[in-house]
Write a protein that binds this ligand. Structure first.
Ligand code: HEM
Length: 413
């Protein structure tokens, strides 16, 4: 089927949940509807679908198949990140950090800055961070084991990612609780009632904190990552304080919520799938393999988005220059053409080319660190825990970007 531009809408508007054309721009959609049934249908019937404009906002394309999503990620020339990479932002206009923050810029500047920011992930830095991550994860798990009811978010997941990025950036322990608080306010929209102005204010607090840190480290450079980045030249020029602050913040943005939600998702999946937990615990499946399955199973970033710079064909669809294109990782990661029995949580899954960390030039910069944090938690669970009991089905995060839970009552014995 060749989708005529801005017209191909599969199904009827009044179908029931599994058949309906759900409003993908609505953060509540996948809180109430089953995304897996929906995307199964889309991959089959309308793999590159034009999502019509809703409520005065522009329409956009939704790409569902693994092959197409992966190709789009690779095609950074024709599918730009510079206007923004999250649907909600693109529908409201353009990302204010566009062209300045790594995740939302294009070549050639993207390549130059990525080279610089990769210094944060040199073996020397990572060795130091790795020990801290393993110790922290183990202490967190140890404190929960046998202690009765706990909350996976509050007692474990919340403390790991932000502290890891803070270790990486060598930020003092004293500021971390405040950063976590600001970051939660800046990001987690747990209900429709959350105040967008509060979120904006929180973001500005974080940025102005980082501007102070950048100034300080420019004045007295050390061996740390911020000093390194602050002293580097991108395309022949040093970066401005504001851009440096923004890119420090981007490590928190990229690293905190995604890893937090995945850690909670890991505990949930292992608690609910008792036989898979036993396979992991007894060593039948390796932690490394289980980490990849957790990433695929949870897929915390449901989508990422791009803007077409020229007209192009995606699958059978003709996409016009300027169109918004959304790439649905949650659908790609459950594509039966690539994953055998995708809705089976299989900690020993051998073939697992998931896209939870993206693909191509913007592939997750923190992939090593994210995987390390998850592996550290799983390792500690394997060592210390016999039984993971989920005490209550948690509600989903209110978002069309982030998928998962922000709390999980459980018991570790
Ligand atoms: C990029 C997912 C952890 C920092 C990405 C992308 C995905 C992703 C899908 C690609 C976005 C795109 O193509 O537009 C995840 C998941 C994580 C995780 C699922 C954990 C489970 C981290 C951590 C850090 C981080 C720990 C930082 C320490 C970044 C940055 C980018 C990025 C800076 C932008 C890279 C670029 O544009 O070149 N992440 N991430 N992420 N991630 Fe992660």
């Amino acid at each position: 089927m060749v989708s005529s531009h801005h017209a191909a809408v599969a199904g009827g508007p009044h179908d029931d949940a599994s058949g309906a054309d759900l409003d993908l721009a609505d953060p509540g959609t996948f809180v109430v509807h089953d995304p897996y049934a929906y995307w199964d249908r889309m991959r089959r019937d309308a793999p590159v679908r034009w999502h019509p404009p809703v409520g005065g906002r522009p329409g956009f394309w939704a790409v569902a198949r693994h092959r197409d999503v992966q190709d789009c990620y690779k095609d950074a020339e024709r599918l730009s990140s510079a206007r923004g990479t999250v649907l909600d932002v693109l529908l409201r206009g353009a990302d204010s950090a566009g062209g300045r923050m790594l995740a939302v810029m294009d070549r050639p500047r993207h390549r130059a800055l990525r080279q610089v920011m990769l210094r944060a992930f040199s073996p020397r830095v990572l060795r130091y961070v790795e020990d801290a991550v393993r110790q922290r994860a183990d202490a967190l798990v140890a404190a929960v084991v046998g202690a009765g009811e706990a909350d996976a978010a509050r007692d474990i997941a919340e403390h790991l990612p932000l502290n890891t990025v803070c270790d990486l950036l060598e930020l003092p322990l004293s500021v971390r609780p405040l950063l976590l608080e600001w970051n939660k306010r800046a990001l987690s929209s747990e209900s429709a009632q959350d105040d967008p102005f509060d979120a904006l204010e929180a973001r500005n607090e974080i940025l102005s904190y980082f501007v102070d840190v950048v100034r300080e480290r420019r004045r007295r450079p050390g061996e740390d990552v911020i000093s390194l980045i602050a002293g580097a030249r991108v395309e022949g020029r040093p970066m401005s304080e504001d851009d440096l602050a923004l890119n420090c913040y981007s490590l928190i943005l990229g690293g905190d919520e995604s890893t937090r939600v995945t850690t909670i998702g890991a505990l949930h999946a292992l608690g609910v799938h008792e036989e898979e937990w036993q396979r992991l615990r007894t060593g039948e499946a390796a932690v490394k393999t289980a980490v990849e399955e957790v990433l695929r199973w949870v897929t915390p970033a449901m989508h990422f988005a791009r803007t077409a710079t020229v007209g192009l064909r995606i699958g059978d669809a003709e996409v016009a220059a300027g169109d918004i294109v959304t790439l649905w990782n949650i659908s790609a990661n459950n594509d039966p053409e690539v994953f055998e029995r995708p809705r089976r949580f299989d900690v020993g899954r051998a073939h697992n080319p998931h896209l939870a960390l993206g693909h191509g030039p913007h592939f997750c910069l923190g992939a090593f660190l994210g995987r390390l944090e998850l592996a550290a938690v799983l390792d500690s669970l394997v060592r210390r825990v016999e039984r993971i009991e989920v005490l209550q089905e948690p509600p989903r995060v209110y978002s069309n970007f982030l998928f998962g839970h922000s709390a999980l009552r459980l018991r570790l014995d």
